[in-house]
Write a protein that binds this ligand. Structure first.
Ligand SMILES: *Cc1c(COP(=O)(O)O)cnc(C)c1O
Length: 222
């Protein structure tokens, strides 16, 4: 049975994505909604699966390992995205668990992921995370380091699906989304993982191919 509030929330988010895509002259189907289920229990996730949601995001390998193997076995066709920082020593487990990794941000991780992909035969889509606001405390490679990091990815045959960013909090995100889109064009990568609950419509208007939405789908995190 479909939980009414979960299905209402997901319909509202889908409608907002479609509206933003229309304004930008884009197809809504070109935008993948990643439901970020970090800290949410399985009981909160199942209603979204029942409402047709297929892409989910977690920010910790350990939490994903606890929640997702059983859900994936019960619901074939789900795709799991890692949206949080990844330690190199967890690269192999991440490659086994996740279908996409949105936080590739340094050369040591390129090497670790390359080894993990060779060993497991799995090749999750990777997004190179850019520290778009040049904030010292944030993950992501510096804008100036992006060309070299993309070169390393190509050498290691990492499947680069696009770029990802988390703009600075409390300020208008659109200029940062526009900058990420420009960097993607300059480096010939197609995917753009950008936009969260507060700003995903703006991200879609500026070309997001993947929006990562938690609170707007699940309510406030416990
Ligand atoms: C938690 C998280 C999100 C979702 O944030 P909301 O504001 O709840 O939509 C998106 N991206 C990343 C990297 C996150 O850690």
């Amino acid at each position: 049975m479909i939980d009414a509030s979960a299905s209402e929330r997901i319909e509202a988010v889908r409608a907002a994505i479609a509206g933003a895509a229309k304004i930008a002259g884009r197809q809504p189907a070109a935008v993948t909604l990643v439901a970020v289920s970090k800290t949410q229990p399985v009981e909160a996730i199942v209603p979204l699966i029942a409402a047709g949601q297929r892409d989910f995001g977690e920010n910790r390998v350990q939490e994903a390992r606890d929640k997702w193997p059983a859900l994936k076995a019960a619901h074939p066709g789900l795709r799991l995205h890692l949206v949080g920082q990844l330690q190199s020593n967890k690269a192999e487990e991440a490659v086994r668990l996740f279908d996409a990794i949105h936080s590739l941000d340094r050369e040591s991780l390129v090497a670790a992921l390359g080894r993990a992909m060779a060993k497991t035969g799995r090749r999750p889509d990777c997004f190179v995370q850019v520290n778009i606001g040049e904030e010292p405390q944030k993950g992501g490679c510096a804008i100036a380091e992006l060309p070299a990091l993309l070169d390393r990815c190509r050498e290691a045959e990492i499947p680069v699906a696009g770029l990802m960013c988390i703009p600075p909090a409390e300020v208008e995100a659109a200029p940062y989304f526009a900058l990420l889109a420009k960097l993607a064009r300059r480096h010939d990568v197609t995917g753009l993982s950008m936009g969260m609950s507060a700003d995903y419509e703006s991200a879609v208007m500026l070309g997001a191919t993947h929006v990562r939405v938690g609170t707007a789908l699940f309510g406030i995190r416990r």
